[in-house]
Design a binder for this molecule. Sequence first.
Ligand SMILES: [Zn+2]
Length: 285
Amino acid sequence: MKKWMFLIFSLASLFSGTVQASDAQVEIGFRRLAQGNIGMITVVGEDIVKVRAAFLDNQYLFPPNDDGEFVGFIGVPMASEPGFHRLSILIFYNDGSQEYVWENIQVLRTRFLRTSISLPADLKGLLDEDVIYEELALLDAKIKPLSDGANWLQTGLVPPFTKIPSDSFGTIRFFNGDIMQRHTGIDYSISVGTPVAAAADGVVVLSQSLPIRGEYVLVDHGSGLYSGYAHLSERLVEVGDMVQAGDVLGSTGNTGRSTGPHLHWETALGGVWVNPLELTALLAR
Ligand SMILES: [Zn+2]
């Protein structure tokens, strides 16, 4: 192949494309996604009742927007293997039939920030593998269910604070020289006792003390979107509480594995931790 042809093909693959299923139009806004990034997909067609998708072992539900389009966001796990992976989309029609569409998506490597954190002696127990594993396993189970509703598609997400985060999403952190952990959210350096509001409407699915996240609240916003608020000094909601965007969930603090007052804000989509600010920006478009 001549060099110029390769260039044209490479450029073409950068653009988004439309896949025509027999009864639906599937608009995939990407062909490549980097580790930790989010891709948006729109499915339009007559008589569609539900759209689901699978990517890298995670399940997604595409909620309908006000215009009757089914809109989905796919998260690439920050530690996923670079290379080609199949994105599967299943469209359900009201006559009971289904349609399957797939596309190979290239996952690219991201250069995440690397930081070193030194924990004081009284927090060193929170580097224990079992403690870390148990907390992640609990959260993994809580952020998987795909419940109905998705007001967030209309309202978007409102970040708890507007200031620049003190640590970003996906950071590779080395604690006390060797224990490596990934940062599942973003941090805001905020003095203790500042009210923390829900980023969107939802239902509280966790409100408890965790070893690493400290006093923690997790909200299910529907259709696979969850937001978590960690290291709080107090929690003002209980499991089962319905909350609206802006409702106060608790106050900022310095509980759990924290070396200074801050809010750790994290979001998950389809069981994958995604960058809350990237999702906020995508929903604002
Ligand atoms: Zn954090």
